[in-house]
Ligand binder design. Structure first.
Ligand code: PMP
Length: 429
């Protein structure tokens, strides 16, 4: 596989951009191959500057449920661009977007647009703290909510130990109000609430965690979480940045029949452009400036190009509910194919799949939380990843991420991927 041009481009990028990338995982640090530099994408495929073609299962880390360059999205973007790229003034399409989100997700009565998932969760925390007049935030080990200071807390902290910063530069004083709890562990949650439940502003959770592979919370856990937060007057924040409009048009929350107080979105609602949003009950959202005292703003928030791509994507999903069945069916075929390969080759793997999100771990253990996720053999994963890339299959270079199946993945793509999986796993023996 020739990656010469990409190699040169990476060397040059490294001179001007820290690590040559604008987001760390793109640097392929955990594998020995250089990152291909991407030139273009179409449907389920991406093409690098060396001319290699890949079946793409990263999909820009989740947003591209309709694939690359969906004709309707591109058309909407062109039309929007011709009318002006940014005004910093109200536009009708912002209301259209807000209505689409509120109609789709019943727990969201009002919504504020921001520019990324990080901004959405960060703003949701501020709002929750202001609304409850409490300070502590509980998050779960192995859940990722972006890189704002109070959420960058070391995964692995003991349940009742106050957080320590996960990155230099995050003041200890800020994260002392963040508690890390064990995912899917009701006892741990109860202990935390027993100890400091009267000062917990909110619990934030990925309903299906997509940042330690793919790990769904159990129904019992989610129900217990809703009950305990309700009982203590703490808010429940669902981080649906990844799962929103992916696992269902109505969010992962509809699969659990649990109604959070605040929901965070990003990725799919931007159709591939930089977007985030947070929304919830009117009474809570009305605390945001200019209606209320909680300040939060953004020069490019509700940007017309981002709204055009997002609204077009959401409308396609709304008008074509069969998309969800279709992508789940394809993901299921991948799951079954991978399982059959692993068993015929005698390789111990665990596959977690929820809808069109899927992760293959190199472990014999069931993966239900952070501790079980990290039993995966990441050396094996790195080798597997490289072999898959050589076979023309573009996966995330990290074990602890999901594959994302889009509506544009074809039957041939799925067959090719299952075959590639066989060859790649065979190299591990
Ligand atoms: N929450 C979740 C669940 C995420 O998966 C991510 C990003 N992968 C974020 C928040 C942060 O979003 P962004 O990268 O847009 O800031």
């Amino acid at each position: 596989m020739n990656l010469e041009k990409s190699k040169k481009a990476f060397i040059e990028a490294n001179q001007y951009i820290p690590g040559g990338v604008n987001s760390p995982v793109r640097a392929f640090k955990s594998v020995t191959i250089n990152p291909p530099f991407i030139k273009e994408g179409k449907g389920s495929k991406i093409y690098d500057i060396d001319g290699n073609e890949y079946v793409d299962y990263v999909g820009s880390w989740g947003p591209l449920i309709l694939g690359h360059c969906h004709p309707k999205v591109v058309e909407a973007l062109k039309n929007a661009a011709e009318k002006g790229t940014s005004f910093g003034a109200p536009t009708e399409i912002e209301t259209e977007m807000a209505k689409l989100i509120c109609d789709a997700v019943p727990s969201v009565e009002m919504v504020r647009m921001v520019n990324s998932g990080t901004e959405a969760t960060m703003s949701a925390l501020r709002l929750a703290r202001a609304y409850t007049n409490k300070e502590i935030i509980v998050k779960f080990i192995g859940n990722y909510h972006g890189h704002s200071d109070s959420l960058l807390v070391k995964a692995g902290s003991g349940a009742l130990t106050h957080g320590v910063p996960d990155s230099p530069g995050v003041p200890v004083d800020i994260v002392k109000n963040t508690i890390s709890a064990k995912y899917n562990d009701i006892e741990d949650l109860k202990n935390i609430f027993d100890t400091c439940g009267n000062n917990i502003a909110a619990v934030i959770i990925e309903p299906v965690a997509g940042n330690m592979g793919v790990v769904p919370s159990t129904k019992e856990f989610m129900t217990a979480l809703r009950d305990i937060t309700y009982k203590h007057g703490s808010l429940l924040i669902m981080d649906e940045v990844m799962t929103g409009f992916r696992l269902s048009y109505h969010g992962a929350q509809s699969l659990y029949s649990v109604s959070p107080d605040i929901t965070c979105f990003a990725k799919i609602i931007g159709g591939g452009l930089p977007v985030g949003a947070y929304g919830g009950k009117k009474e809570i959202m009305e605390m945001i400036s200019p209606l209320g005292p909680v300040y939060q703003a953004g020069t490019l928030s509700g940007n017309p190009l981002a709204m055009a791509a997002g609204v077009t994507t959401l409308k396609r999903l709304k008008e074509n509910p069969e998309i969800y069945k279709n992508i789940e069916e394809k993901a299921k075929r991948l799951e079954e194919g991978f399982k059959a390969n692993a068993s015929s080759l005698g390789i111990e793997t665990t596959i977690n799949r929820v809808g069109s999100m899927l992760c293959l771990y190199f472990t014999k253990h069931k993966v239900t939380d952070f501790d079980s996720a990290v039993t995966s053999d990441i050396g094996k994963f790195a080798k597997y990843f490289e072999e898959m890339l050589k076979e023309g299959i573009y996966l995330s270079p990290s074990q602890f991420e999901s594959l994302f199946i889009s509506y544009t993945h074809t039957d041939e793509d799925i067959e090719k991927t299952i075959k590639a999986n066989y060859y790649a796993m065979k190299k591990l023996i």
